[in-house]
Design a protein. Structure first.
Length: 187
């Protein structure tokens, strides 16, 4: 599949990997891919995202930061609340069930705690790449540009994506139409 990726699409994946590593993530998820699309200056993904008010910096603020053990290092209750998670409530429930400090000790129970230099894609991120390929095939495009990657993300039923779009005042349908329009103009 990756042989069909243009230089711009490969740059999106590099950005996604870089932000995942920078934030200490053990995997590249859909949020990291959305960040990669938003950071790109390419017209089929970066431009529609910027036009919708979605920047790399805005996506980055919503991405969790983890420490060297893989535990969330800096919990941002506002960012979690934005995606429907009540951190204080979750923490209280976990500590009531498992005892005080249970979340802090959870990272120590795993096997290896080192973060790899090249984290793998999450199943949902892999699915978005498959959907991106499907989009390119449906549109009869020979190569995959960042717009295809963004459309793959938009075809997912993913709460991070829909919440990010909702917060910016746009929808999956509106952003998809903008991307498709850009794709039509560039091919």
């Amino acid at each position: 599949m990756f042989e069909r990726f243009t230089e711009g699409s490969r740059a999106v994946l590099v950005e996604a990997q870089d932000i995942a590593v920078e934030l200490g993530s053990r995997h590249i998820g859909v949020g990291h891919l959305l960040y990669g699309c938003a950071e790109g200056r390419e017209e089929t993904a970066g431009r529609p995202l910027r036009d919708a008010g979605i920047t790399g910096a805005a996506v980055r603020r919503l991405l969790p930061r983890t420490d060297e053990r893989g535990a969330v290092a800096e919990v941002d209750p506002e960012a979690l609340r934005a995606i429907g998670i009540d951190y204080a409530g979750v923490r209280a429930a976990v500590e009531q069930t498992f005892g005080p400090g249970a979340l802090d000790a959870a990272a120590d129970r795993g096997g290896s705690t080192s973060i790899t230099a090249r984290p793998p894609f999450t199943p949902q991120a892999k699915r978005s790449l498959q959907l991106a390929l499907r989009v390119a095939v449906e549109l009869k495009h020979q190569s995959m540009v960042p717009g295809h990657l963004l459309l793959g993300l938009l075809r997912l039923d993913d709460e991070f994506i829909t919440t990010t779009l909702r917060e910016s005042g746009t929808t999956v349908a509106a952003l998809s139409a903008a991307v498709l329009s850009r794709l039509a103009a560039t091919t």
